[in-house]
Design a protein around this ligand. Structure first.
Ligand code: S3P
Ligand code: PEP
Length: 430
């Protein structure tokens, strides 16, 4: 376990940072590149541990993938080019990898087993195995398919129409990936629109997908062709610096090449509602995924309510938004976010418990939290609990602390942002 002494009591962040590639898009680029025919070149791939787990799983399935930092080449041979792996497929800490891969493996003519770390072993999987079983998949796992290890016996699949009981892009994507191999049409109906990177990528690889209101439809048996993907920066990673810039007095920073897909920009809506001082310079021209530069300065903030359709558009940013709220005038209420309980950790409990250790007044509710504003932060020993987003949120919280802060399990940050501390220190002029 790595223990890190964090920088505290800071007066300003200045300069600019180009945040690393988007995690959701990087995973999907490798997956679609592996399913497609021909070469896929990925630029600005995120070389974080989660996306490296996706690469290693597809290598185990026989796909040749060349990775040089953020440059990746995938030599796809279509689904016929995917072979039975000799060993268990290890997904590490990555929920996206295991859930999307179940969709892919369900339609392939062999048996394989998926497993991950202790956090993955606690995360619910029937949300995926249930709809896939309706399509004809055979998936076995602990507690009737709820937990890893999971064994997938590929079958001939049939398209279904499925109404998602929860708003989840991972479940939607798993069903669409199975649908691409199934006979007939597969329709997924979302309760709230979630990130649509899978749909955009199907089109980038030459496939067809239709959206009609809340329904997304694919037809099985489409030919996907290798392509070039330029991954925009991850707004979920930029979020830590957006918050740092907004709350550390004297700050004025620019974040370059941030992905601005509207299904991901909930944090921008929150910054606006809180009265933050920021501007966006969106890049012009046709691109599968919009991106731009964001400049943010320290300013006075006011509390807000975060709920409903906004939640899936900022689900991974809630830990750092909770910190943002501690500096606003008045209280902030976060509701409808029960999904936080089944992430890398129970993020309602970890956020509340760790921020309390720094002297913050914050209360957990059944589906979110209530955060009091205008708080001074103290110091102490905190832990990431193996959760990258908690580790980064606490590193930003430390900037506001008057006393020393020590972070346990800081190594987990490499799951989504291996260069996080270098980028943070560069903004701090270190
Ligand atoms: O599809 C994706 O890439 C993701 C979807 C979200 O999960 P859910 O689908 O479980 O909400 C998100 O929390 C995760 O970090 C990435
Ligand atoms: C929840 C996350 O990822 P995953 O579900 O892929 O583990 C995350 O990155 O915050």
């Amino acid at each position: 376990m790595s223990v890190k002494t964090l920088l505290t009591n800071r007066t300003s962040l200045e300069g600019q940072v180009k945040v690393p590639g988007d995690k959701s898009i990087s995973h999907r680029a490798v997956m679609f590149g592996s399913l497609a025919d021909g070469i896929t070149r990925i630029e600005n791939f995120l070389p974080g541990e989660d996306c490296l787990s996706t690469i290693s799983c597809f290598r185990q399935l026989g796909v040749e993938i060349i990775q040089n930092g953020s440059d990746v080449t995938v030599k796809g041979k279509g689904t016929d080019g995917l072979n039975k792996p000799e060993e268990t497929l290890y997904v590490g800490n990555s929920g996206t990898t295991i859930r999307l891969m179940m969709g892919i493996l369900s339609g392939l003519p062999f048996k394989s087993t998926l497993e991950g770390d202790e956090s993955i072993a606690r995360r619910p999987m029937t949300r995926v195995t249930l709809p896939l079983a309706k399509m004809g998949a055979r998936i076995m796992g602990r507690n009737n398919g709820e937990f890893t290890p999971l064994t997938v016996e590929g079958q001939k699949l049939t398209g279904i129409t499925y109404e998602l009981p929860i708003a989840s892009a991972q479940v939607k994507s798993a069903i669409l990936l199975a649908g691409l191999q199934a006979e007939g049409e597969t329709v997924v109906i979302e309760p709230v629109k979630t990130r649509d990177h899978t749909e955009r990528m199907i089109k980038q690889f030459g496939g067809e997908v239709e959206r009609n209101g809340d329904a997304v439809k694919v037809t099985g048996g489409q030919l996907l062709k290798g392509t070039e993907i330029n991954v925009p920066g991850d707004i979920s990673s930029a979020a830590f610096f957006l918050v740092a810039g907004a709350v550390v007095p004297g700050s004025d920073i620019i974040l370059r090449n941030v992905g601005l897909n509207p299904t991901r920009t909930g944090i921008i809506d929150v910054l606006k509602a809180m009265g933050a001082d920021f501007s966006i310079d969106a890049y012009e021209g046709e691109s599968a995924e919009p991106a731009g530069d964001i400049r943010i300065k320290h300013s006075k903030l006011k509390g807000t309510i975060i709920e409903g359709d906004l939640i899936p558009r900022l689900i991974d940013e809630i830990p750092v938004i909770a910190l943002l709220a501690t500096q606003a005038e008045g209280k902030t209420v976060i509701k409808d976010a029960g999904e936080l309980k089944v992430k890398e950790t129970n993020r309602i409990d970890t956020v509340v418990n760790e921020l309390k250790k720094l002297g913050v007044e914050i209360e957990a509710t059944d589906d979110g939290m209530i955060i009091q504003g205008q708080q001074g932060l103290d110091g102490g020993t905190v832990s990431a609990h193996g959760d990258h987003r908690i580790g980064m949120m606490l590193s930003i919280a430390a900037l506001l602390c008057k006393r020393d802060v020590v972070l346990e399990q800081s190594e987990s940050i490499a799951v989504s942002y291996p260069g996080f501390f270098e980028d943070l220190y560069s903004l701090l002029g270190k």
